[in-house]
Design a protein around this ligand. Structure first.
Ligand SMILES: Cc1cc2nc3c(=O)[nH]c(=O)nc-3n(C[C@H](O)[C@H](O)[C@H](O)COP(=O)(O)OP(=O)(O)OC[C@H]3O[C@@H](n4cnc5c(N)ncnc54)[C@H](O)[C@@H]3O)c2cc1C
Length: 448
């Protein structure tokens, strides 16, 4: 077996993977297509370029899941976190960085590493030989995209995300909502009660449609197209086509009886579906949207039962190449059909700079362990990194899989703690304490 690890893509994930593997004693070649081949979002030839915001989001490692991910990556001597720290600029509780010096310092440290070299070229296939990590991100070049598609099948590779908003189950008002599948369909009680329903009367529906039409929307980035729309029309575009259209689509009120008011027929019903096996997260069915985040939360809280909704992630539609990881990858991030290929970063269906770098960290360490004749098991699902990999390689529903940010809804509950808004602070502290202990145990075992 070759002792060299090849990494395609020198973004957040590829840079971190290269660093981790090289630190573990493995030779690494990073294959990066920029600056020879450009993308519509990248502006430089630097590795780890931040394409939009300059923020790694909250740095609070006690009360915030992404802050916890920072903590875990720092504890694992992550390059991305070290460079972020060295180029930090004031941003309150967030970790914001001076983007060009940040990317330059990542590039310099990788180039200076005795076990790392960079080859500036586009890779257009999934090689049969050697150990590879594909970390080509949301803007994977189209030739490589076609090669991935040929290997995985068209259904398993998406070129756009269409994210419906995801809500914490515990923030839904069940005195208004109820669980029932349309026409009570299903073999088991669980299937017959698989959906969570929120009813609207006529006035509520009309006010909701007005708010949808008036809400601020985001525009497509240059280079994006809207040609994918037919399969996943945003809810507000549906309303633009006709005020009654959503009522004949995702908001249709048929086949459902409200147990709180069985004698009243709802004018429209919004349905939510479980988003993870734990049952802690629900997505709003058919509500992919381009509404801006602030407007979106306001409009969605008009839905009866969701007045106090807390969002694990808001909806969106972006140019985004990602694979159906729950069906394609094993828990070592290897392609089941071609195990010499691993995937890492945003292309695995995580979302964001930090989450992508964290998946790079794992893939780099797992590949290095394999090249050195060992095997590295994934970290516990109680850690932030572990919760993410558990989600993408099995915890998420494969049929409706869409990119995911890290959030506490992905964590198994800590027993014996109060639910709801009141108990939140203690709960989050318990999640982060548990995660830190288990992450340290995993690191100790991995570094043996
Ligand atoms: C327009 C846009 C705006 C975004 N804004 C934000 C934001 O504000 N905050 C946030 O957290 N996330 C944002 N994201 C998501 C962000 O891009 C990712 O979270 C993060 O950069 C993903 O890291 P990655 O390593 O997976 O991919 P990237 O960082 O994109 O790195 C992938 C690398 O692979 C290279 N590459 C692609 N194809 C090939 C090939 N065939 N051969 C060789 N090299 C190749 C690319 O040039 C690139 O350098 C945005 C994404 C887009 C598209």
């Amino acid at each position: 077996m070759s002792d060299t690890l090849h990494i395609v893509g020198g973004g957040m994930a590829g840079s971190e993977a290269a660093w981790q593997a090289a630190q573990a004693g493995v030779n690494v070649v990073i294959h990066e297509m920029r600056p020879k081949v450009a993308t519509f979002a990248h502006k430089t030839g630097n590795l780890a370029e931040m394409v939009c915001s300059n923020s790694f989001r909250s740095d609070d490692d006690e009360q915030n899941a992404v802050g916890l991910l920072h903590w875990e990556m720092r504890a694992a001597n992550g390059l991305i976190m070290a460079a972020a720290e060295a180029n930090r600029i004031p941003a309150g509780g967030a970790l914001a960085v001076d983007r060009d010096p940040f990317a330059e310092s990542v590039t310099e440290r990788l180039m200076a590493h005795p076990r790392i070299s960079v080859s500036y070229e586009e890779i257009d296939c999934l090689p049969d030989e050697g150990q590879w990590i594909i970390a080509t991100g949301p803007l994977t070049s189209s030739t490589l995209g076609q090669a991935i598609r040929a290997e995985t099948g068209a259904e398993a590779l998406a070129f756009f995300d269409a994210i419906a908003p995801i809500i914490y189950a515990e923030s839904i008002d069940m005195s208004k909502a109820w669980m029932q599948s349309r026409y009570d369909k299903g073999e088991t009680e669980e299937e017959r009660t698989a959906y969570l329903n929120c009813p609207m009367d006529k006035d509520q529906y009309e006010a909701f449609i007005d708010a949808l039409l008036a809400a601020d929307k985001t525009e497509f980035h240059e280079g994006e197209t809207a040609g994918y729309f037919d399969g996943c029309l945003p809810i507000e575009v549906m309303a633009e086509r006709g005020r009654e259209t959503p009522r004949h689509g995702p908001m249709k009120p048929v086949g459902l009886t409200n147990p709180h008011q069985p004698e009243i027929k709802a004018h429209a019903i919004v349905q939510l579906r479980r988003d993870n096996k734990l049952g802690t997260l629900f997505n709003i069915v058919g509500f992919q949207t381009k509404m801006k985040y602030g407007a979106q939360a306001e409009v969605l809280r008009m839905i009866p039962g969701l007045e106090q909704a807390r969002f694990a992630r808001l909806g969106g539609i972006h140019r985004n190449t990602f694979i159906n990881s729950p069906t394609l990858l094993d828990d070592r991030m290897r392609l089941k059909s071609k195990p010499n290929i691993r995937f890492a970063g945003q292309i695995t269906g995580v979302e964001g700079y930090v989450e992508s770098a964290a998946m790079g960290l794992l893939a780099g360490r797992m590949a290095a362990a394999e090249i050195r004749g060992g095997d590295l098991a994934p970290p516990s699902g109680n850690t932030a990194t572990g919760a993410l990999i558990t989600h993408i390689t099995g915890g998420a529903e494969a049929k409706t899989f869409q990119p995911m940010n890290v959030n506490f809804g992905l964590f198994p509950p800590v027993e014996g703690l109060k639910g709801g808004r009141r108990g939140r602070k203690d709960r989050y502290k318990a999640y982060t304490d548990r995660a830190k202990t288990e992450w340290q145990l995993w690191l100790d075992a991995a570094e043996g």
